[in-house]
Design a protein around this ligand. Structure first.
Ligand code: ZN
Length: 141
């Protein structure tokens, strides 16, 4: 792990909207909240008003298991903006959740770049942003 990911500068605190507030508040509670479509049965992240798979507006919030698999990833090695300049190098992964249809792009602060690979099984971990909202990171299982 590089740098200190526990400090969140105020300019990085999320600004939820009515559609995605549940995601950010869930992350503060330690829950990965995603949308489930009751029409087609698939899931999605990030939160939207309509299902990205079938277009229906029949979405409900569910708590995902937090388990997933790296679909792709990158290693951030150059970043001049605080606080990220103190965190490099770090992994950012595109994670296919076990819940069908949902994919999350997230940082992996506890995974060394040498250990990241496509197909790695990962799980969600949570980091408070402030007293109401949180971030979702992923770590190796
Ligand atoms: Zn759908």
């Amino acid at each position: 792990m590089t740098g200190d990911w526990s400090e969140t500068p105020k300019w990085l605190i999320p600004h939820p909207n009515p559609v995605d507030r549940e995601f950010w508040e869930g992350a503060h509670r330690g829950e990965l909240r995603i949308q489930h479509c009751t029409t087609c049965g698939k899931h999605q992240h990030y939160a939207r008003a309509l299902c990205s798979h079938c277009g229906a507006d029949t979405l409900e919030w569910v708590t995902a298991s937090g388990d997933g698999t790296i679909y792709s990833y990158t290693v951030v090695r150059q970043q001049g903006v605080p606080p990220f300049n103190e965190r490099i190098p770090f992994v950012v992964a595109c994670v296919d959740l076990d819940e069908d249809g949902a994919r999350v792009i997230a940082a992996m602060p506890n995974v060394d770049p040498e250990d990241a690979h496509v197909g790695l099984r990962v799980r969600a971990v949570f980091r408070p942003a402030n007293e109401d909202l949180g971030f979702v990171d992923f770590t190796a299982r």
